[in-house]
Write a protein that binds this ligand. Structure first.
Ligand code: ZN
Length: 198
């Protein structure tokens, strides 16, 4: 069903590969882009290309950054002996937004999921274990409360406990109506403050 010319169809096809973009949205986006001034489209494609070319994993915590060390790992003001383990960079950003956590992070880029065939070797676990050979006083496991998150937390605690390093797990927060952004921060803080030793 070629309603459009080949180039337009190709653009719609590319856009519909993006997560959360169905065929309808892809069509809307494609025509929006085609109606933009050329310089706006150039700026968008340049931004995507530059981000893709320069963004890499932080050598220390594996978060996505555009320098060797992310700003958190590079900061002497942070407590580098306290490591919070999160599933992705967005979770890191959520905790940073609370402004109340002064330790550093480790980003796994995923969680263990036997159902999806994601094992310990598929996430940034090796990198974490290597960091634990340094001066670390506490590992706070802040993976999600999903099945995958809990599986990962259990696996991590079993792995870390023999090293003698203190391992804690954040409490799972219960959101209670109201402004979502605000509640998220409060919930996150409560979860952090209510963490228990594993
Ligand atoms: Zn880092």
């Amino acid at each position: 069903m070629d309603y459009y010319s080949a180039k337009i169809t190709a653009l719609i096809d590319e856009l519909s590969r993006l997560p959360g973009i169905g065929a309808k949205s892809a069509g809307r986006l494609a025509f929006h882009l085609l109606n933009l001034p050329q310089e706006d489209v150039d700026r968008l494609t340049d931004t995507i290309q530059q981000a893709k070319r320069t963004v890499c994993y932080c050598e220390e915590c594996c978060t996505l950054t555009d320098s060797k060390l992310c700003p958190i790992c590079a900061s002497p003001a942070r407590d580098h002996t306290q490591i919070m383990v999160v599933e992705n960079t967005r979770d890191l950003a959520a905790y940073e937004k609370t402004g109340k956590y002064n330790g550093v992070y480790h980003v796994l880029h995923g969680a263990i999921s036997p159902a999806l065939g994601i094992g310990p070797a598929d996430i940034k676990l090796k990198e974490l274990m290597k960091r634990l050979q340094g001066d670390v006083s506490e590992v706070i496991i802040a993976t999600n409360s999903s099945l995958e998150g809990e599986t990962t937390a259990m696996y991590l605690s079993k792995l870390i406990k023999p090293t003698g390093i203190k391992v804690t797990r954040i409490a799972s927060g219960v959101p209670v109506g109201g402004d979502l952004e605000y509640i998220d921060e409060v919930t996150l803080l409560r979860a952090l403050e209510g963490r228990t030793q594993l």
